[in-house]
Design a protein around this ligand. Structure first.
Ligand SMILES: Cc1ncc(COP(=O)(O)O)c(C=O)c1O
Length: 450
C-alpha cells in the first residue's frame, strides 16, 4: 500500500464517486476510511468514530465478524470463481440458496436468484414480473407502480420506479409505463394529512384511481420499501402495506417488497414486510445478506411466481437474465456465513432495542434543537432527522449548514449520512448502548453549531 501522502494527493483524482459531483470531490476530497472494528471506523488521520451509517445501511454485523471473513478467505482458496449460468454451479451457491430460502420461508419466498447488489436485485424482480405475466397469458401487463420518495437503485428499471427526481432527471427518458403514488410521508404530503392511517387511505384511493385509469390488465407489479430508507426514513402507518397488498391482490398485480435495506433484521424483524404482517410475491435483497463484506444481492420469488416458471412447457420460462457474478462462489460463502451469524447473534432483537434508544434519544434532542423539524424511526435501526431552518414553515435547511452539521458530528465522534436536508442513520445491528449514546452526544454537538 502506498503511503498516506500518496493517498491524499490522489484522492478523487482518478476516481469518480457515486452520488457525488466530480468537481466537488476534487475540491473537498472525501474522507479516507482506512480501518474499522466493531461499530467503529478509523480515518487516515487516525480519528476513530462510531459508524452510524453502517457502511451504507449494510454492515449489519459490524466490522469484526471473523466467521464471515474466514468463510470468504477459505472460499477464495477452494474456488475463487465459477459461472452459475445454466449448465454449471458450485457448492457454496447451492448451500447459500438453501440458507436464503430457509431464512425467507416465513415470508412465503420459495426461490432465489443471486445478483451482485441491490440495483441488480430490483432489476431482476421487475423483469421477472413481466415474464411471469407473459407466461400466464397476460402479456399486456408491463407497467409498474411505485411510491414517490422510494429508492430502488440506479439501473434503468430501478431509476424508472424511483420516486426522487434527483436520480431521474439527468438520465431521462426512463422506462415508459412507470407511475408514482404519493409517499406515506406524514410530515409533507399532498393531502396535508398527519394521521398515518388516514394518509394510508388517501394513498390507497390514489392507487385504485391510477389502476382504474391505466387498466389493471396493463400493470405488472407494484414495488415499495416497507420503510423508505434513502428517501428520508419514511415509516408508514401499520395499515399501509397491508392495504397495498390487498389492492394488488384484487387487481392481479404482483407486489414486490424492496428489502435491500429492511431485510435481515434492520427493522427489528427479519424482513420489513414481516414487520407489517405482509407476504409479498417477490423481494429484492442485498446489503445485509453479506453485511457488506462481499457484493451480493438476491431476488426472491414466492411459490406462486415460481410455479408459473417451473410449470412452463413452451420454453418461454427460460430466464434470459443474469450476471457474470450471479451465485459467485465467494459471495455465496459470505451469504451462508452471514445468515448463520445473523441468526446466532439474533441481530433483530438488538436492532429493536437499540433502535428504540436511538429514536427516543433523537426525540429528546428535538426538544432542545429548533432546527429538527421531524424525527422518523422507532422500528429498528433506521432513523431519519429532517432539518429545517424555519420550523413553522418547514423550510428545508440549506446544504452548507447541513455539511457543517455533518462535519461537527463527525468530529464529535459519529459518522452520519446526509440525504438532502435529512440526517440518516443505520448503524450496525450489533451496536451497543454506549455506542448509541456516543451517536446522540455527537449529534447534539452537531446541531449545537447551528
Ligand atoms: C431500497 C433499495 N433498493 C435498491 C438499492 C440499490 O442497491 P445497490 O446500491 O446495492 O445497487 C438500495 C440502495 O441503497 C436501496 O436502499
Amino acid at each position: 500500500m502506498k503511503d498516506d501522502n500518496f493517498l491524499k494527493e490522489n484522492n478523487a483524482r482518478h476516481l469518480w464517486h457515486p452520488m457525488g459531483h466530480p468537481a466537488d470531490s476534487l475540491e473537498n476530497p472525501p474522507t479516507i476510511i482506512k480501518g474499522a472494528d466493531g461499530s467503529h471506523i478509523t480515518d487516515i488521520d487516525g480519528r476513530r468514530v462510531v459508524d452510524a451509517v453502517g457502511g451504507l445501511w449494510c454492515v449489519n454485523l459490524g466490522y469484526s465478524n471473523d466467521v464471515v471473513k474466514e468463510a470468504i478467505a477459505k472460499q477464495l482458496y477452494d474456488l475463487p470463481y465459477y459461472s452459475a449460468f445454466a449448465g454449471s454451479t458450485n457448492p457454496t451457491a447451492i448451500e447459500a440458496s438453501y440458507a436464503v430460502r430457509d431464512f425467507f420461508a416465513e415470508d412465503g419466498m420459495a426461490r432465489c436468484f443471486f445478483t451482485s447488489g441491490g440495483s441488480d436485485s430490483v432489476e431482476t424482480t421487475l423483469r421477472l414480473a413481466r415474464q411471469y405475466h407473459r407466461l400466464r397469458g397476460e402479456p399486456t401487463r408491463t407497467k409498474f407502480l411505485s411510491l414517490k420518495k422510494g429508492y430502488h437503485g440506479t439501473h434503468f428499471g430501478g431509476a424508472s420506479v424511483n420516486g426522487n427526481n434527483r436520480f431521474r432527471i439527468n438520465y431521462e427518458p426512463l422506462l415508459p409505463g412507470c407511475y408514482h403514488l404519493p409517499s406515506p410521508y406524514t410530515y409533507r404530503n399532498p393531502f396535508n394529512e398527519t394521521d398515518p392511517a388516514k394518509l394510508a387511505q388517501f394513498i390507497a384511493q390514489a392507487m385504485e384511481d391510477e389502476i382504474a385509469f391505466q387498466g389493471a390488465n396493463t400493470i405488472a407489479a407494484f414495488i415499495m420499501e416497507p420503510i423508505q430508507g434513502a428517501g428520508g426514513v419514511i415509516v408508514p402507518g401499520e395499515t399501509f402495506m397491508p392495504l397495498m397488498r390487498d389492492i394488488c391482490d384484487r387487481h392481479g398485480i404482483l407486489m414486490i417488497s424492496d428489502e435491500v435495506i429492511t431485510g435481515f433484521g434492520r427493522t427489528g424483524d427479519w424482513t420489513g414486510a414481516r414487520h407489517w404482517g405482509v407476504k409479498p410475491d417477490m423481494m429484492s435483497t442485498a446489503k445485509g445478506i453479506t453485511s457488506g463484506y462481499f457484493p451480493v444481492g438476491a431476488a426472491l420469488m414466492s411459490e406462486k411466481v415460481a410455479d408459473v416458471f417451473e410449470s412452463d412447457t413452451t420454453g418461454e420460462g427460460a430466464i434470459y437474465h443474469g450476471y457474470t457474478y450471479s451465485a459467485h462462489p465467494v459471495g455465496a460463502a459470505a451469504v451462508t456465513a452471514c445468515i448463520s451469524e445473523t441468526l446466532r447473534l439474533d441481530t433483530k432483537t438488538n436492532a429493536a432495542a437499540r433502535g428504540k434508544q436511538l429514536y427516543e434519544g433523537v426525540l429528546k434532542l428535538a426538544e432542545k434543537h429548533d432546527i429538527i423539524g421531524d424525527v422518523r424511526g422507532g422500528h429498528g435501526l433506521m432513523t431519519g432527522i429532517e432539518i429545517v431552518s424555519d420550523k413553522a414553515a418547514k423550510t428545508p435547511m440549506d446544504m452548507a449548514t447541513m455539511k457543517g452539521i455533518h462535519k461537527t458530528t463527525y468530529e464529535a465522534g459519529a459518522m452520519v449520512r446526509l440525504g438532502a436536508h435529512n440526517v440518516l442513520m443505520s448503524p450496525p445491528l450489533t451496536i451497543t448502548e454506549g455506542e448509541v449514546q456516543t451517536i446522540l452526544d455527537a449529534l447534539d454537538a452537531g446541531f449545537s453549531t447551528v
